[in-house]
Design a protein around this ligand. Sequence first.
Ligand code: 5AD
Length: 349
Amino acid sequence: MKRLVDRLAAERALPRQDMLALLSCGDAETLEHLFARARQAREAVYGRDVYIRGLIEFTNFCKNDCLYCGIRRSNARARRYRLSQEEILSCAEAGYQLGFRTVVLQGGEDPYFTDERLCRIVRALKAARPDRAVTLSVGERSRESYRALFEAGADRYLLRHETATKAHYENLHPGDMSFDRRMACLASLKSIGFQTGCGFMVGSPGQTAEDLLNDLEFIARFQPEMVGIGPFIPHRDTPLGMHPAGTVGMTLKLLAIIRLLVPDVLLPATTALATLDAHGCEKGMLAGANVVMPNLSPPAAREKYALYEGKATAAGETADALSDLRRRMENIGCRVVVARGDHMGKPRK
Ligand code: 5AD
């Protein structure tokens, strides 16, 4: 098994059968070897630096009805909110003062945020702090809309593909959502020039090992600048609320494999991982991750942005929380840096 890991590290690929064997391998020594290779690959590109992104969850209104998501439109129990431009700017500025040089605007697909409104916010963020990167995570939009947001100054865009298996996608989403459209959105984002992130949930209901292989193959082919993965965590007010959560172990294994498939990828240890494990963030770094996304949203909003239950509120909004994170990263030989943290293959525009 260790040979498979070495082969993956050297060739940035594995035949499907071998990848399947690795995915089902529970041998502690092999896994430690996999993590060590992943750390080595990360260090060769990014050293020991950990990049922080200030996450602002600015709306939980959503026109979509994803079967797993707590802010799906049919969830009448979700208490809806949206932040004003002023609130967004002030969260971002508080983050800047703490050292955040990337702000991530994440929200449901909220029709209130037209191109005009969203572009205005992006321009204001860039005007206030020209040395700050702006990442958007606002779902599927038209190519023209993506282009307008890029021209307004947005640098990066996160849109998880959720699963690279069409049939599985259709089991997780209602009939009015389309796998092909999602993939087309990702292709548009990349061709427009965004540093683009895809990603998927680990252990989503009905997910098979074959599906995970498809995700890994898609990632290797798409060559994203960023990949966000985290365990599926059930939310009781959704149709998939009775399914078990994904596991920390499988998430860590996949983080390491993704690091080896795409060594220069920006790879966060996600909130979902930290939700299932108090040391999820450290474990993620030790498996090859190099990004953390602390939450800068106002506390009232944070509570309502419940994609799943028990969401960790990895607070980044206070100096205390951040120095705690710094210390935790130093304990595992990493270093939180004050930097935009662009993808190495694609520096600023
Ligand atoms: N568990 C884990 N992740 C979830 N997401 C949405 N709902 C859940 C859930 N129940 C993820 C999706 C989405 C991202 C913003 O959050 O992958 O793309």
